[in-house]
Design a protein around this ligand. Structure first.
Ligand SMILES: [Zn+2]
Length: 498
């Protein structure tokens, strides 16, 4: 825990770190070298390359910096990691406001929040007759507050139906733990074993209307809201729904379960399809990390928790959200209550996934819901604030060590594709990243990228900032004469400032 909620922590995870300390910038339009030469690293930054070294001239010679590459992830982190809370605005997940939001803020972290749009828009007078008790007030103020904290907001449908039973990829019905339950009733089975079920009416309402309302509610006060990502209710994916999402301009969806259960659910850093990204579901009973107890491949600390409750779900009697609670102690067939799961298992599920994500250098998505005990009556696999805090401590430490870029999924998607779509800048005047006019795809994925630069003569100046369009963006020193600097490749020249 720290008060490090300062610049760069919410959107990019880039900490200013080395290079910010003690350096004064003199002058508005340019910069001053006064105070740096001779004081830092033996004065190597002047080195005869700075137009005579006169303080205030500001512009290094053309040999000053050169570009190495775009960093794989923002801030040159080893991997990207997104926490997502599902079912936001539903009465089963009110703990996202009282626990997740303040705890993330206290850690200087941001996350993704998938809102059930109809639930956010619901009042006592327009209850749509679903199973949840109505608590009265629309929750848009709370959602906007999440966004104002730098969190990523996106749609989790209008009313959380099973949009369908198709699971993208090679998952078959037999492998689908929900097959036959109240969500995923397959209407047809194709020859390759995939379930196909289409309901375009549901698509228009659950995806289209939800998107229209979400934008109308957020954009007036959150102009940066980009509506890039979608999370399917019950994690069912559907080829028809994905095509519809693409037609609306979405960039990705949480869809794509590894067919091989021994496969770590981390998307590689060069994943090709934003609509087929991997994730891991909390709690332990639904996680990849307890799936192979029998083979001892996974499951550290999780014995005897088992994956899914197949018998009950297969009978159609199960509720994917069921769990034993004080009110329902005999909810036979339900997975073990999270509150009864060993802390060692909970920590293993959450933190091992982070470790695996870092080891793969890819993108991991952790799916959470509400909190124990607040959301236990109906909440899906709740987590206690204490266990959540333990995880955030772990994530923050990895972020601070440069191993993780912690962000909602929309910025990660944009970064991954902009990294390929946007041409690298050239270095002009020794200190300016000069970007060509952006391609259509670069503009589509518009975001801030991180660039690795180094001095051309192995000098080691204190690089204070990069300025683009009058705005300062983060700079981080990586080593002697090596830096990572942020810039938006669609916004023209970015000037490195000593
Ligand atoms: Zn949900």
């Amino acid at each position: 825990m720290s008060g490090a909620a300062g610049s760069g922590t919410s959107g990019g995870g880039m900490t200013s770190g080395a290079g910010m300390g003690g350096m004064s910038i003199v002058g508005a339009g340019g910069m001053s070298l006064a105070g740096s030469g001779g004081a830092d690293a033996g004065g190597t930054n002047t080195g005869g390359t700075n137009a005579g070294g006169a303080p205030g001239t500001g512009v290094p010679s053309t040999s000053m910096f050169k570009l190495q590459s775009a960093a794989t992830w923002r801030g040159n982190a080893t991997a990207a990691y997104s926490i997502i809370h599902d079912d936001v605005c539903d009465d089963s997940a009110v703990g996202v406001f009282s626990s997740a939001q303040p705890m993330l803020k206290a850690h200087g972290l941001s996350a993704g929040f998938g809102v059930i749009v109809g639930e956010c828009d619901k009042t006592a007078s327009n209850d749509m007759g679903d199973i949840d008790a109505n608590t009265g007030n629309k929750k848009w103020d709370e959602v906007i507050s999440l966004a104002a904290d730098g969190n990523d907001i996106f749609s989790h449908s209008w009313d959380h139906p099973c949009i369908d039973g198709f699971v993208k990829g090679t998952k078959t019905i037999a492998q689908n733990p929900f097959a036959g339950d109240s969500c995923g009733v397959p209407s047809t089975v194709t020859g390759d074993g995939l379930t196909v079920y289409k309901d375009t009416t549901a698509e228009q309402h659950e995806i289209g209307d939800a998107a229209t309302t979400l934008k109308a509610k957020l954009l007036p006060t959150v102009p940066e809201f980009s509506n890039d990502f979608f999370i399917f209710p019950y994690d069912y994916c559907n080829v028809s729904a994905i095509a519809f999402l693409k037609s609306l301009g979405y960039l990705g969806a949480r869809c794509g379960i590894p067919a091989d259960t021994s496969m770590v659910p981390v998307s590689p850093n060069n994943f090709a399809d934003g609509f087929n990204v991997f994730y891991d579901v909390f709690g332990p009973a639904y996680s990849h990390y307890v799936i192979d107890i029998a083979s001892a491949k996974r499951g550290g600390g999780c014995t005897p928790i088992v994956q899914y409750c197949n018998a009950t779900y297969a009978s159609g009697a199960g509720d994917p959200g069921c769990k034993a609670t004080a009110a329902k102690p005999d909810d036979a067939g339900c997975c073990p209550a999270t509150s009864a799961d060993p802390t060692s298992c909970i920590n293993y599920v959450n933190n091992q996934y982070v470790d695996d994500t870092i080891a793969a250098g890819g993108w991991g998505i952790r799916e959470f819901h509400g909190f124990h005990p607040l959301d236990d009556d109906g909440g899906f696999e709740t987590i206690s604030p204490a266990d959540y805090g333990t995880h955030l401590d772990y994530v923050k430490a990895k972020r601070d060590a440069g191993s993780l870029w912690v962000s909602g999924p929309s910025p990660v998607l944009r970064y991954r594709f902009a990294r390929d779509a946007c041409a690298l800048p050239t270095v002009t005047a020794g200190n300016t990243l000069h970007f060509p006019a952006p391609s259509a795809n670069c503009s589509k994925y518009k975001t801030i990228l991180s660039y690795l630069v180094e001095t051309t003569d192995a000098t080691d100046p204190v690089l204070v900032s990069v300025k683009q369009g009058g705005k300062s963006l983060p700079v981080k020193k990586l080593g002697v004469g090596h830096y990572v600097v942020d810039a938006d490749p669609t916004l023209g020249d970015a000037v490195l400032s000593l």
